[in-house]
Design a protein around this ligand. Sequence first.
Ligand code: SF4
Length: 321
Amino acid sequence: MIPLLEVDALQVVYPGPRDLWGRSRNTVNAVNGVSLTVAPGEALGLVGESGCGKTTLGRAILRLVEASSGRVLFQGEDWLQLSPSELRGRRRHAQMIFQDPNSSLNPRLTVGASLGEALEIHHLANGRAGRLARIRELLAWVGLPEGSEKRYPHEFSGGQRQRIGIARALAVEPKLIVCDEPVSALDVSVQAQIVNLLQELQGARRLAYLFISHDLAVVEHLCARIAVMYLGRLVEVGPARDVCRTPAHPYTQALVSAVPQLHSDGVPRIQLRGDPPSPVTPPSGCPFHPRCPVAEARCRTERPLLRVIGQDRQVACHLAV
Ligand code: SF4
């Protein structure tokens, strides 16, 4: 199947910390040569500890931050080569849902006005009556009560505000939604409702998701495939069930073993040592070697490349088979 989204060797480099004179001598590779694909209607989970670069990757795909090199092919067209006006015309095809829904909602606008604004910009509804009908339809899709369009964001609970954020993303009929930790700020019971809503919408609208989360259990529930990120690079990619039940990379094993719902007797229990290293001065060889319980001498000098180890599975570890 032709991918909806194809990311090829994407790199995002930031200037490193500045000295007293405001000079920056180092650079930070926030995203370091990441390649991945998302098929139409597919949910790909992107997991890793905070600071691993997953949010930057999601934002770089949508050009909310600028990539330094690589390609982002959306339906075959490289979005990194588009001019600002060309990009504005394409934006509705790929939307973002944020951890804090308030970032996409204007507190001074009613929910109806916020949604109507998106419809108007992209000419997606005819006249006032058509716009109101569409707004009511969107709010019903995401399970908000009648009359919600007349209320302001602060009148809703956190879970309801996230539903409004989803409605706003859906308003422009996207093909892909980048979901950046969309449930991590919500209560556990509300998290399940939002995840189920995203799952229903995916089936009903053939939406593709890049679902960014640190919660492997949620990602396994929602996504067909999982990509695991460490220090700006992908270290394992594969079908969600395989990655969670038989993780091949020691880092994935550690993430899985920290989730009681996921780890089984077949998965070795691994406790991660220390914090992730600084991306300003990444370790030589395998970037995971200072924390890896099975590291060998060559891990300190040779960087393992992402390689195929089974059907649809790729792992960046010298020892993975
Ligand atoms: Fe551990 Fe070596 Fe594999 Fe890196 S390459 S994950 S250090 S065993």
